[in-house]
Write a protein that binds this ligand. Structure first.
Ligand SMILES: *Cc1c(COP(=O)(O)O)cnc(C)c1O
Length: 421
């Protein structure tokens, strides 16, 4: 390589195969092995002392001094290399990997909310997140308030003020596009709301669950987010065979998240880390194929005589100016999640679901295989009837996660099943 090549900024998809790993560490192995070990040997007692001083924040790291390996609850090569690769997509300073998306999300909540704090969140959110907010945070004396996609900035500000706890607002938490309706929330608006209630001694942070779009199709930190969270179970792992999560952000906030992770002990293990590194090598090709397939499938569904309405980012246009503007501002691709209302009732939706052959009837999303489910009776059954009605989660709604199969086969399966309705 000449100097010019060395200075080239390689794309994340190029770096996923090798970044942060040196084959000389492992007998020349081209792939990073699984460091299935709980603890690491120190060369000297002095070295062990220095590692602990840094790990526990007792002194600052000297230039070029690295945090040495101590114990796999604090750090492990599979996690460190994986975190180094994951942060490239969102251009974050730092990343922490967790044993599930829920442990990533709950760690963010527990770090930034204290008894008396107020959490402002978008609605709907993932069912597990919704449960954590309404049943677990409440038990810690944390106030929460949710806003829906049709509310204006002014209405949301009013909502915060009406809680009587606006001076305690500590965290704004957004999930966009919203699962299962694909409604979009404006991240720059969320940033303005966070800033409006921020004080120098009490900043209001903005965290975004980017599971539906990331890490390829939307980069929330470019739109003002402080923290990005993922269920890595979905697109990042992408094969429906592992549960994992991640949080990304700047050095300061991630030091807090990593600190709490160390003491909750909810980090991912080396085997999970290794599986995710393997998945990241094909992240771009998988997600590119999935979004290409989804666009074809959405076109097929749109206008089909048995389908009432299709909710897909790739079908947004000037007829929905507010949603279309957010899409153009925030999203780099329409993604691979399609929801649609079938003509009829629950019985008709179930007939459709029961007659599919290639597409599997299962919750979860973002995997290589296409998955379909019925939100009103499955993933979102816990949402109040009033909220379901307002948000459009009706008995007619079907959610489809598009995989990497040949799209013509998927269309055949859908067409065949719709004929049975
Ligand atoms: C699946 C999911 C989660 C929870 O992640 P787990 O890995 O199942 O713990 C959180 N948010 C969204 C948007 C999800 O789809």
């Amino acid at each position: 390589m000449d100097d010019h090549d060395k200075r080239k900024q390689f794309s994340p998809e190029t770096l996923m195969m090798s970044y942060g790993y040196n084959p000389q560490w492992s007998e020349g192995a081209v792939k990073c092995p699984i460091f299935q070990t709980s603890t690491f040997v120190f060369n000297t007692a002095e070295e062990g002392k220095a590692f602990f001083e840094i790990a526990y924040g007792m002194r600052d790291q000297k230039p070029n001094e690295k945090l040495g390996l101590i114990y796999s609850r604090l750090n492990n090569p599979d996690l460190e290399i994986l975190e180094g690769r994951l942060k490239l997509w969102d251009k974050a300073d730092a990343c922490a990997v967790f044993e599930s998306g829920m442990s990533a999300i709950s760690t963010v909540f527990l770090e930034f909310l204290k008894p008396g704090s107020l959490l402002l969140h978008s609605k709907p959110v993932y069912g597990g997140t919704d449960h954590f907010i309404h049943h677990i945070l409440k038990g810690f004396g944390i106030h929460t308030v949710g806003f829906h996609p049709k509310m204006s900035e002014q209405e949301i500000i009013q909502l915060v003020e009406d809680t009587g706890h606006s001076d305690q607002l500590a965290l704004v938490y957004i999930e966009t596009p919203a699962n299962p309706t694909n409604a979009l929330f404006d991240l720059s608006m969320a940033r303005r709301i966070a800033d409006r209630f921020s004080r120098d001694d009490a900043p209001v942070y903005l965290a975004v669950d980017n599971t539906y779009m990331g890490p390829l199709w939307q980069h929330p930190m470019e739109h003002g987010a402080d923290l990005v969270v993922y269920s890595a179970t979905k697109y990042i792992a992408g094969h429906s065979d592992v549960i994992a999560g991640a949080v990304l952000g700047n050095h300061e906030l991630m030091a807090r998240i990593r600190g709490l992770r160390t003491f909750l002990g909810n980090m991912a293990g080396p085997w999970t880390g290794w599986l995710l590194m393997r998945s990241l090598e094909t992240l771009k090709v998988r997600m590119d194929t999935q979004t290409r397939n989804a666009q074809k499938i959405a076109q097929f569904l749109n206008g089909h005589p048995k389908v009432e309405k299709v909710y897909y980012l790739g079908l947004l246009d000037e007829s929905q100016p507010q949603q279309f503007a957010i899409y153009q501002e925030q999203c780099k691709a329409p993604g691979a999640m399609i929801s649609f209302d079938i003509k009829g009732k629950e019985k008709d939706a179930f007939t459709f679901l029961n007659n599919l052959t290639i597409i599997k009837l299962a919750v979860s999303l973002g995997s290589t295989e296409s998955l379909v489910e019925h939100p009103a009776t499955m993933t979102h059954v816990d949402v109040s009837e009033e909220d379901r009605a307002m948000l459009g989660i009706s008995e007619k709604l079907i959610r489809l996660s598009v995989g990497v199969e040949n799209p013509d086969d998927i269309i055949w399966d859908i067409s065949n099943s719709l004929d049975k309705v």
